[in-house]
Every structure is written in C-alpha cells, then in structure tokens.
Design a protein around this ligand. Structure first.
Ligand code: 6PG
Length: 477
C-alpha cells in the first residue's frame, strides 16, 4: 500500500481533483467503474505525479495507506450510496470515506451516522470552483469528525486555493456541516448571479446599450468593491460574439435558466430554519419563472402595454453609478442572509461553525470568490455575535451610501416595467428590518380574529385573546 489518498469516480471533477493531488506530490490511487477512464487519465496525465491505477474496488482499497482515505466523486444520490456500500466491507475501522459531490446535507448526516456504526469516518465535503478549480485549487469545505481532518487537513489545505498564504480550506464542523455550507454557498451564488443579471438588464434598458458596451462597465466595476470572479466572467460573456451569427452571444442564448437543485435546497432549508433568505429565494424563483415559457407567452399577449414608461436616462455616469451601488447593497443583503442561515443551521445541528472562517475560505477558489469576502471575514472576526452583517461598520456605511441609488433604481425599474425581483426584494428586506413597526401586528390581529390564535401586547407581558364574536372584551390566555 503506497497511495496516501484515492479517488473513485473519474468524470471531470474527480479526474481534476486526482490530478491536483498528484501535482501536489501525493500518491493517488485511481478507480472508476469503467476502467477506460482510469487508463486514459494515466495515459494523458501520468507524468504529472504518481498514480496507482486499479481496476477493481478491492485493488483500489488495497493500494491505500492506513488509515485509508477514499474520495468518492460520483453522482449525488443513489450512485453515491452504491459506491459507499461497495466500499464498506473493504475498509477497516478508522478509514475515511470522503464525498466531494454536491450532496444534500441531510443525506450526508445519514451516511455519516451509518458509517460511524461501522467504525468509519464519513466526510461530506463541499468543493467549489468548477473544473478549473478542482485542478488548480478549489475552495474546500470538509465536514465530518475532527479526527478525520487530522489526516485530510494537510492534504486538502495543500491542494486548495491560497489567498495571502492562507488555504481556502478548513474543517467546517461535524457530519453534514461541510455540505450545508457548500449548499448555502450555492444559494449565494444564485443570488449573486441573479443580481448581476438584473444589473445587466437595467443597464441595457436604461442606456439602450449593446452587450459589448455593457461588458466594459462590468470590467470597470471589477476594478472596485465589486471585484469578483462572477463580475469578471460577466464581462467575458457579455463581450463574446456568436461565431455563427455575429450577434452578441447573450442574445442568441435561450433565456431559460436551469438549475441542478442546490439553490432549491438552500431555500427549503431556510424555510425549515425560519431564516428569511429572500434574495436567494427570489433568485431561485426567477430561474423557475424564466422556464415557464407558456405562461410568459400568454402574459405577453394579454399585457402588451402595462403602462410602463420608457426609461430616460439623462446622466449616463450617474445612472451607471446608481446601478453599481444598488447592486452592491443588494449583494450585501444576500450575503447577510446566507450567513444568517449558516448561523441558524450551525445552532440547529450543533456544528459550531465559525462564520469568519467560512468567509476566509471563500476568498479564493470558489465561484463566489470576491474581494468582498475579506470584509465579511473581518466583520465576523471582530464581532462573532454580529446580529446581521448589514450592521457591521463597513457594510452599514456602504449601504447608507448606496441607499438613495438603490431606491432610485428600484423605483425607476418599476416605472419602466423592467423586472428586478432580487434588487426590489433586497431593498424591501432592508426596509423591513429597520422599520419601527411592522404590519405583522395586523397579521396577529387577523389570526386572533378568525382562529383565536392569541397575540402579545406592547405594553404588558402575557398572551391575550379578544372575544371578537362576543362582547370584544380581552382575556388573558
Ligand atoms: C461550484 C458550483 C458548482 C456547480 C453548481 C451549478 O461551487 O463550483 O456551485 O457546484 O456549478 O452547482 O449549479 P446549478 O446547475 O444549480 O446552477
């Protein structure tokens, strides 16, 4: 047994992770259900490091040093369970099974418990950064036992992206914590992308500009506070021309956004936890809405003119700056909500997740990597019990500076009939949080009126009910 770690499942993510491990000096055992992939990996990249290819699962396991560490990189769900079931009888107590796919954290909790019963460690690990990240340095979010991290930590920290000499990998917490954090990462990714898409749409409507011109604006934004991977590739995509037609690429792509499910999981979990992640939810629903082609066609026919006013931008630079500030403020809301959800999940499942530490490992490697993440790290490091990211000094200043722009953009978008659901709902969230009184009081009154659901008073402790159908006297429940 010579391999320090093994990878089973050599589709593109598994293959690139294996190559990254080998390039960093680790001896990597390889296995794939159909051996052709294993052979082609060795044939094409065998010179990048030391690989130990195996055709059977038994040979693969036998090639590993103990405690063994096996990375499973197959499709989430049934295929993952099948590989785990095959591995269990071949492993010994103390060995580690790592699932680097986008598994649901509830599945990870179930698997962790089951493998613990066999004396094995199961480590659900979030890996972000796509194919390139897997090869050149992803952001890695391992859950599972602290003991498993003693073996995995030095390996993962070496192959992860590095920012200011700090690896974009840390032990997130027990059982499903790593996959939970990766799930919220993806939810934030949805919100970030939706906000960028709305900003593009607003700029296009307001300026009547071509995508290539808008690419320039995103390129400029990427030199400032908005600097991030997603803004950078937005400039790239907007600047791209379709070779076949010569038209802007973004104009020849069907406008129906797809999803594999992590955004939906994030929203479902937030509902369970009672955390309003409105930005992420709007982003997820905006994708669904885009896919309802029949409803969209019917509504277009029924409402050709809904009183929208043509957008008249008189000061181009001021308008672009308004959209930039509105985007930044909305983005702050999305991250504030995402971190609220991580905190709530951590409490619910006893994970003790370090919020500043989570921001630290998102600074590089992952899809949402951004300059901004360093501010989040700082905010939570300075005040771990921050009630909301919105009130941390830099974030509060930025939102205060941006709020007039934010209101103008949302109001103008409504007037012009340009949908900006994530911008609008983020602003509404902000205003709701800071409201002195919310109409929730009326909701309580209605609930008590039709269902005797009781209410609390502002002036006295206790639980009350009004006899609505009777003499309207109040009684204390
Ligand atoms: C990442 C990405 C990755 C994947 C998304 C795509 O962090 O590297 O998030 O996990 O590309 O899951 O998700 P959708 O298909 O749902 O957009």
């Amino acid at each position: 047994a010579t391999a320090q770690i093994g990878v089973t499942g050599l589709a593109v993510m598994g293959r690139n992770l294996a190559r990254n491990l080998a390039r960093n000096g680790f001896t990597v055992a390889l296995h794939n259900r159909s051996p052709e992939r294993t052979r082609s990996l060795v044939a094409e990249h065998g010179d990048e490091g030391t690989f130990v290819p195996a055709e059977s699962m038994a040979d693969f396991v036998a090639a590993l040093e103990r405690p063994r560490a096996v990375i499973v990189m197959v499709k989430a769900g049934g295929p993952t369970d099948a590989v785990i079931d095959e591995l269990i009888p071949l492993l010994d107590a103390g060995d580690i099974v790592v699932d680097c796919g986008n598994a649901h954290f509830a599945d990870t909790r179930r698997r962790e418990e089951a493998l613990r019963g066999h004396g094995l460690h199961f480590v659900g690990t979030g890996v972000s950064g796509g194919e390139e990240g897997a090869l050149r340095g992803p952001s890695i979010m391992p859950g599972g036992s602290a003991e498993s991290y003693r073996k995995l930590g030095p390996i993962f920290e070496k192959i992860a992206a590095q920012v200011d000499g700090v690896p974009c990998c840390r032990h997130i917490g027990p059982d499903g914590a790593g996959h939970f954090v990766k799930m919220v990462h993806n939810g934030i990714e949805y919100a970030d992308m939706q906000l960028i898409a709305e900003a593009y749409d607003l700029l296009r409507a307001g300026l009547g500009a071509e995508p290539a011109e808008l690419a320039e604006i995103f390129r400029e934004w990427n030199a400032g506070e908005l600097e991030s991977f997603l803004i950078e590739i937005t400039a790239d995509v907007l600047g791209h021309r379709d070779a076949a037609t010569g038209r802007a690429f973004v104009d020849i792509v069907l406008d129906r956004a797809e999803q594999k499910g992590t955004g939906r999981w994030t929203v479902q979990s937030a509902l369970d936890l009672g955390i309003p992640i409105t930005g992420i939810a709007e982003a997820t629903f905006a994708r669904s809405l885009s896919g309802h082609a029949d409803q969209r066609a019917a509504a277009r026919r029924a409402f050709p003119d809904a009183g929208e006013k043509k957008w008249q931008v008189t000061d181009r630079d001021a308008f672009v700056e308004d959209v930039r500030r509105a985007l930044l403020a909305s983005k702050i809301v999305a991250y504030a909500q995402g971190f609220d959800q991580i905190r709530a999940g951590s409490r619910e499942y006893d994970w003790d997740i370090d919020l500043g530490g989570t921001a630290t490992i998102w600074r590089g490697g992952c899809i949402i990597r951004a300059r901004f993440l360093d501010r989040i790290r700082q905010a939570y490091d300075e005040q771990p019990d921050l009630p909301t990211l919105l009130v941390a000094p830099w974030f509060a200043d930025t939102v205060n500076d941006g709020v007039p722009s934010w209101r103008r953009v949302v109001a103008e978008a409504a007037r012009a009939g340009v949908p900006a659901p994530a911008f609008a709902s983020s602003l509404a969230y902000f205003d709701a949080l800071r409201a002195e009184r919310l109409p929730a009081a009326l909701i309580q009154g209605l609930r008590d009126n039709f269902g005797a659901h009781t209410y609390h008073r502002v002036d006295r402790d206790g639980t009350f009910h009004t006899r609505w159908a009777g003499d309207r006297s109040e009684l204390e429940a």
